[in-house]
Write a protein that binds this ligand. Structure first.
Ligand SMILES: [Fe+2]
Length: 261
């Protein structure tokens, strides 16, 4: 029996970051997430200098939203995590970092910076690994530093880091450049998970399945959104990627996207 679909990255908690402002907004988002086929949703609010959230504020909100989700009969379990900004991770004390892992396991979701240079990222990851953590990088395909030079990303992956790209990147929701880079990373076996990074039901919607299909990656859906995230949450070995026929760069080309970029 296959694992349920897990969305590893979302901003579903109310009033804590740039996700929904109210619990009603959270419930609307949770309902849309469940309708997309996801059964486990990781609540990963920003932990950054701008949003200085902490484990002790995240946990009760997860409980509160879960209680309402269950009361409304929405078929979804929300679990606690965090999306930790690289610069913040370097400053957090070890106990707090341990409380911010995905589902209480070994893995931390670390946000790639949106800057042209990612100085210190490899040193930070190495330090986290030395302290017994394992690292999932959130949306490296949106990181300008990796667009300029993806060799540091390859090195990190070779060193045991996993990457989680955003479903919307695969269909050009950010830019044509991000879309092409996301597909290149998939072809080069540098992607281990696709998550929604949903913030709302409009501009940053939930769901991964239709984006994966549209990008020609349907054959990898189960591995990307079920087997790998299940292993991340359970602490088991990461299953190897199944063989699949990579869509060529040409196949993902769409005439209307060319006009836009
Ligand atoms: Fe995010």
């Amino acid at each position: 029996m296959s694992e349920p679909v897990i969305d590893l990255h979302s901003h579903v908690l109310p009033g804590i970051d740039d996700g929904p402002e109210t619990i009603e907004g959270s419930l609307a988002l949770a309902r849309a997430v469940a309708d997309s086929g996801v059964r486990t949703l990781m609540a990963t609010p920003h932990v950054s200098w701008r949003y200085p959230n902490a484990a002790e504020t995240i946990a009760p909100l997860v409980q509160e939203v879960n209680a309402r989700v269950q009361a409304e009969g929405i078929e979804l379990e929300i679990r606690a995590g965090a999306e930790i900004a690289m610069t913040r991770a370097a400053e957090l004390d070890p106990d707090e970092l341990s409380r911010l892992t995905l589902g209480g396991g070994e893995w931390l979701l670390i946000e790639c910076p949106f800057t042209p240079v990612a100085t210190g990222m490899d040193a930070l990851v190495l330090d986290l690994q030395r302290r017994g953590h394992r690292v999932v990088l959130a949306h490296p395909e949106r990181c300008p530093a990796f667009h300029r030079d993806r060799r540091p990303l390859e090195m990190l992956v070779r060193g045991g880091v996993l990457t989680s790209i955003t479903a919307g990147s695969l269909v050009g929701r950010f830019s044509g450049e991000v879309q092409r880079f996301a597909m290149q990373l998939v072809r080069e076996d540098l992607v281990h998970n696709v998550a929604s990074d949903t913030h709302d039901t409009g501009r940053r919607p939930p769901g991964m399945a239709s984006e994966l299909e549209q990008a020609g990656l349907g054959a990898l859906s189960e591995w990307l959104t079920q087997s790998v995230p299940a292993a991340i949450l359970d602490g088991g070995p990461i299953p190897p990627r199944p063989a699949y026929e990579a869509p060529s760069a040409r196949r993902s080309w769409k005439p209307w996207q060319r006009q836009k970029t």
